[in-house]
Design a protein around this ligand. Structure first.
Ligand code: NAP
Length: 253
């Protein structure tokens, strides 16, 4: 009887997060950081094997993984949130990290296509909007934190980042700001996280893929995850509206 009570108490205090882009890079690093805090972490992305690898890391770090494959451009975000709720007892979402993102090597007006522009906006802007919209009821009921992974390219002009990418990331600022204006009363806090160069798989989408020396000067995904945790760990009366993090060597063009 006593041990049952202890298990109930442990479950009652277990916190729940949903991470998109969880199969690699920043999303994976955030999932691991949340697992180190003992959280249940729902992991979303398109590639099931990568999610399974993150799930193993989450387990090893002391968290409980829930693998939820999800393409933010086509799948129903509400289904994923309902699945999280069903698996965790419906206590809401203490944190949501939206890290899924896309770019293309074809970044200028001369070589981009409108179809590719649409895919990037579907992923980086509408994917975030759909996920946030689905997550908001859970965030409200847990007074949770939403971290939207934007980019330094959405914070200040970054010509190399491309037309579609810059436009889609810049549009995330009003998304986060309006959530903070309209959802504060419900206890929801949102953070716009704007990282500079990160040594991750994302670099493969550049016109020229950086070599090992350039990569070694960049942020590591764990550096960005630490910033996300700063927002997530803040007391409930504290909101981190925006965070910009860049490697020491990064210049503005
Ligand atoms: N790397 C950088 O230099 C840099 C700089 C600033 C900001 N960022 C931003 O940081 C975020 C994370 O990127 P990262 O550096 O960690 O690179 P990454 O390892 O390539 O992560 C991107 C993630 O997005 C997921 N994803 C892409 N399209 C998706 C879709 N349609 N549905 C669901 N998931 C999708 C990918 O998983 P699947 O392929 O399995 O779906 C992948 O796990 C992105 O939003 C990116 O824009 C990156």
């Amino acid at each position: 009887m006593k041990s049952l009570l202890i298990i109930d108490l442990m479950n009652a205090t277990r916190r729940v997060a949903w991470v998109t882009g969880a199969g690699s890079g920043v999303g994976r690093a955030c999932a691991e950081a949340l697992a180190e805090r003992g959280w249940t972490v729902a992991l979303s992305g398109r590639r099931a094997p990568e999610l399974a690898e993150t799930a193993a890391l989450v387990r090893a770090a002391g968290g409980t993984p829930l693998e939820l494959p999800f393409d933010v451009t086509v799948d129903d975000a509400r289904d994923r949130v309902e699945a999280i709720s069903a698996a965790t007892g419906g206590d809401g979402l203490d944190a949501v990290v939206l890290s899924a993102g896309a770019n293309t090597p074809r970044r200028s007006w001369a070589d981009q296509s409108t179809a590719e522009f649409a895919r990037i906006v579907q992923t980086n802007l509408l994917g975030v909007v759909r996920s946030a919209d689905a997550a908001l009821p859970g965030l409200r009921s847990a007074s949770g934190v939403l971290v939207v992974v934007s980019s330094i390219a959405g914070w200040r002009p970054s010509p190399g980042a491309g037309v579609a990418y810059s436009a889609s990331k810049a549009a995330l600022a009003p998304v986060v700001r309006t959530i903070n204006d309209q959802e504060a009363e419900a206890g929801v806090r949102a953070t716009l996280l704007c990282p500079g160069d990160i040594d991750s798989d994302f670099l493969r989408q550049r016109p020229v893929v950086p070599g090992a020396a350039a990569r070694s000067a960049m942020l590591a995904p764990g550096d960005v995850a630490r910033s996300a945790m700063f927002a997530i760990d803040a007391p409930r009366h504290v909101r981190i509206d925006e965070l910009v993090i860049s490697p020491l060597s990064q210049r503005s063009s």
